[in-house]
Design a protein around this ligand. Sequence first.
Ligand code: 5GP
Length: 175
Amino acid sequence: MADKNFRVLISQRRLEARIGQLGREISRDYRGRKPVLVGVLRGAFVFLADLLRNITVPAEVDFISVGSYGDAKVSSGVVRLLQDLNTNIRGRHVILVEDIVDTGVTLSYLTHNLRTRRPRSLEICTLLDKHEKRKVHVPLKYVGFRIPDKFVVGYGLDYAQQHRNIPYISWVRED
Ligand code: 5GP
């Protein structure tokens, strides 16, 4: 799918190759364990689905939903829990799967929240790292791509709930 308003930043082919590598890395690091992949809704669901199919250890999946952006491109800076996990993660190896890290505020909130539940380990896997605007340091164990400070959509990421179905990572042409 190509649309004149959407520029390709990361193609389907590059996504597939990198997610394959991440899956192999996670499978190696978690050999002999049963991690719980926690997807951050809604943006991470496409990435999580592809990542999971590249993981060869027995992994469980759950989702958590937080809100901060509303329908704007600029974060309100306020994070709130919209939907909690169903899984009890106490004593479990948890991998938090996020679509994109920008200021780090969302992941900082989530990691603090999840740590109070005493998981055995907690690591972060993000597809995209928009590092230029980081306000809060969050240790990212697995990163798909570092990208410049542009607002991106596609591959699960939205603008005003649209464009999640674009199969690649794209930025919107402003002209
Ligand atoms: P942070 O709290 O790190 O500033 O922002 C993280 C959240 O903001 C992500 O989970 C995502 O929902 C949203 N976000 C940040 N940058 C972008 C972007 O370029 N495109 C989209 N669609 N969402 C973004």
